[in-house]
Ligand binder design. Structure first.
Ligand code: IPD
Ligand code: CA
Ligand code: CA
Length: 264
């Protein structure tokens, strides 16, 4: 059991997310200059400033906790508490002015998710969760959808920057699952995609090659909203796994079966 009150930890995560959103929203109305981490993998000054701000706020409260952040990596602290930060999820959207990006802050305690905060921008929707206490969006408890037939489902996915073998597999799934369902969306910010399944806007999400900071906060929000989370084979998901499947639970086994069929 965490010795620090969960509400206090959540408040710090929310404070950090709001501070980060001020930086991101201010930058969104100015010219945005992107550098490249890979051919299509962009990074901006805003990613860096947001990360610096989030880390400074967390450190001002909990200097002994560990932090893993996308742009600066893991610090040298050894602690049961690990904050996992994506300072700007959906950087490509942000650079182009496509209105879907987020900040994602997850806290793990003894390797298990304890707190999750995703702030969706520019519409400023705050998603939060505390382990065993439910998931919330803008102060209202959220639950995943009731859709129990894959044919009536709406799915969402994403594609990593590397056009690898997994990318090819995902293209195949995108095509086949588009045929099987009422549609598959591809919006470009994994943390938001996951929260949309938690909120019941979509019934399922899958992706390959995500990193811990893409999913750390979202998986708790989804779980607390009633979602089922596994890898694409239906086995237990670990934060370091390179593929993930999140559904409302009702269509989970059908999704696993379909994925198996389409990948063979
Ligand atoms: C990316 C987004 C995107 C997903 C990529 C991620 P970034 O994160 O979440 O939806 O498809 O795999 O890397 O680079 O914008 O933080
Ligand atoms: Ca990301
Ligand atoms: Ca990012």
């Amino acid at each position: 059991m965490s010795r620090i009150k969960k509400d206090d930890l959540l408040n710090v995560a929310v404070e950090a997310a709001l501070a980060s959103s001020n930086i991101i929203m201010e930058a969104s109305s100015k010219p945005r200059v992107a550098g490249h981490k890979g051919v299509t993998d962009l990074v901006t000054d805003t990613d860096m400033k947001s990360e610096e701000t989030i880390k400074a706020i967390i450190r001002s409260f909990y200097s002994e906790h560990s932090i893993l952040a996308e742009e600066t990596g893991k610090d040298s602290n050894i602690s049961d508490y690990l904050w996992i930060i994506d300072p700007l999820d959906g950087t490509t959207n942000f650079v182009h002015g496509y209105p879907s990006y987020a900040v994602s802050i997850g806290l793990f305690y003894k390797k298990a998710p304890l707190i999750g905060v995703v702030l969706e921008m520019p519409n400023m929707k705050l998603y939060t969760a505390i382990k065993d206490q439910g998931a919330w969006c803008e102060g209202e408890k959220i639950e995943s959808s009731n859709t129990n037939n894959i044919k009536r489902s709406l799915l969402v996915t994403g594609f990593g920057y590397e056009h690898s073998e997994n990318w090819e597999k995902n293209m195949r799934l995108f095509k086949c699952l588009t045929d099987d369902t009422q549609g598959v969306r591809r919006l470009g910010a994994a943390a938001i995609d996951i929260c949309h399944v938690a909120k019941g806007y979509a019934d399922g999400f899958w992706e390959y090659d995500l990193k811990p900071w893409d999913t750390a906060a979202g998986i708790l929000i989804a779980k607390e909203a009633g979602c089922v989370i596994t890898d694409l084979s239906g086995d237990r998901f670990d934060i370091n796994d390179n593929n993930i499947l999140i559904t409302n639970g009702h269509i989970h086994q059908d999704m696993v079966n379909s994925i198996k069929r389409y990948l063979n």
